[in-house]
Design a binder for this molecule. Structure first.
Ligand code: NI
Length: 206
């Protein structure tokens, strides 16, 4: 069996793309608590292939992060890749494609700020969610080595959103006001122009 998998991996060329289906809100697997990866998982044949599939899927769907449960793999594993540069949230630092295994979050400062979040598992919608903006993330890489990352601002929101998927949580669970959930088209037309005053107002509520 191992030999067959090795042979298969050997045949996977750079151009070969395995886009998996991203499951959507309503699929019960999005609501499960995913299981941690063990040391033997990390040295298994399938883990590399799974990460390749997740990367191809992320690129095909055009997201900035993907958690394994979103392709119906209930494992504590997520990938994040952010081009960085100027955005409507200011200058965002780039995050090269990184694999996060068994990640945990420590909130350094609970002061929250809101962003309009979207999710590949909740397509076509945006919702305004406030989250702590200063966190520490601990995780393993594919070799099982431990890493720590300190994140602030928009990146802190992105990481919390992705890792929520590992606990069966979607951003819509964290909406404080269901009036601040919108279809993309209506968001661009009515809400985005008001975004700055809205975010400022939400901050004042704290
Ligand atoms: Ni998501």
């Amino acid at each position: 069996m191992a030999n067959r998998l090795d042979a298969f991996r050997f045949n996977v060329s750079e151009e070969s793309v395995a886009v998996r289906k991203v499951i959507r809100m309503g699929h019960p697997m999005l609501r499960e608590v995913a299981r941690p990866l063990s040391q033997s998982d990390l040295s298994s044949d399938w883990i590399g292939r799974l990460i390749e599939d997740m990367t191809d899927t992320l690129h095909d769907y055009g997201g900035i992060g993907l958690a394994a449960p979103q392709i119906a793999e209930p494992l504590r594993l997520a990938i994040i890749e952010i081009a960085g540069g100027p955005t409507r949230y200011g200058e965002i630092p780039a995050v090269p494609l990184t694999v996060f295994i068994n990640p945990t979050i420590e909130i350094v400062d609970p002061a929250a700020h809101g962003y309009w979040e979207g999710c590949l598992s909740v397509p076509g919608l945006r919702g305004f969610v406030r989250r702590p903006q200063h966190i520490k993330v601990r995780y393993l890489d594919l070799n099982g080595d431990e890493f720590e990352l300190e994140l602030q601002g928009f990146l802190a929101t992105v990481f919390q959103h992705e890792f929520d998927h590992l606990d069966g949580r979607l951003y819509i669970d964290r909406l404080e006001d269901s009036a601040l959930l919108s279809f993309e088209e209506e968001f661009v037309r009515y809400l985005e122009p008001k975004e700055v005053p809205l975010a400022a107002a939400a901050e004042k509520e704290e």
